[in-house]
Design a protein around this ligand. Structure first.
Ligand SMILES: C[S@@+](CC[C@H](N)C(=O)[O-])C[C@H]1O[C@@H](n2cnc3c(N)ncnc32)[C@H](O)[C@@H]1O
Length: 214
């Protein structure tokens, strides 16, 4: 991640935004798509499995999978504010000893991170300018399952995305969000040896799970 992008991430995923999302999470629980992804990954049982959660935000998916029996998690996030609140939230839930927190761009850190049984990117692919880099490197870390939530390629989602990017432009923020086609994401995952085993969608999001067949 260039330094400009890094700064833009700290502004976009600011302490205020992190605190707001944490408040909502405490009041109403995880987002609908996070719950769908956690349930889909939990179907085969996650007992004793390891998790690499990329762009984990305040940690809702990690909490769900650790509480469902996953053994430990590595949480990587490019926002300092999100990492700090995620650590605090994990401590309060008694899960901190099972989560290793890493601050930074996953693409830059990928070589230092361990493989995991489950790799997840919940609403993260759309934040990143280099989808093949992010998806390719993260898929290579997944030994069993790969779960992702990413935007649908529909006109209403594109319109919303365009409006959001206009706001970023006006605010002189270097942050942009992106919509990649399911076909391109699928091609990257297949190239890494993964095969789709679950797909669901909401009005705006795809929720997918891929698995690595022996
Ligand atoms: C929209 S938030 C989603 C957070 C959480 N997964 C959720 O669904 O609530 C995107 C998160 O991904 C992080 N992120 C985006 N690209 C990243 C990258 N390349 N490496 C690490 N974290 C990244 C951002 O810092 C942010 O916390």
């Amino acid at each position: 991640m260039h330094c400009n992008t890094c700064l833009a991430y700290q502004r976009e995923f600011s302490p205020q935004r992190a605190a707001g999302l944490r408040r909502r999470y405490r009041e109403s629980g995880a987002q609908q798509t996070t719950r769908i992804l956690a349930q889909a990954l939990g179907r085969g049982g996650v007992q004793g499995l390891t998790l690499l959660d990329i762009g984990g935000g305040i940690g809702a998916l990690q909490h769900a999978l650790l509480e469902a029996g996953a053994e430990r998690a590595t949480s990587v996030d490019a926002s300092r504010a999100f990492i700090e609140l995620a650590e605090e939230e994990a401590r309060e839930r008694g899960l901190a000893a099972r989560i290793e927190f890493r601050f930074g761009d996953f693409v830059a850190l990928a070589g230092e991170l361990p493989d995991a049984d489950i790799v997840t990117l919940d609403r993260v692919i759309c934040c990143y300018h280099d989808m093949p880099g992010l998806v390719g490197l993260s898929a290579a870390r997944a030994t069993r399952y790969y779960g992702a939530v990413y935007p649908r390629d529909k006109w209403w989602v594109r319109l919303w995305n365009w409006a959001e990017n206009c706001v970023h432009l006006v605010q002189r923020s270097g942050f942009r969000s992106y919509i990649y086609t399911p076909r391109d994401i699928d091609a990257c995952l297949r190239e890494s040896g993964l095969r789709e085993c679950f797909r669901d969608q909401t009005l705006a999001w795809h929720v997918v799970v891929y698995e690595r067949k022996p």
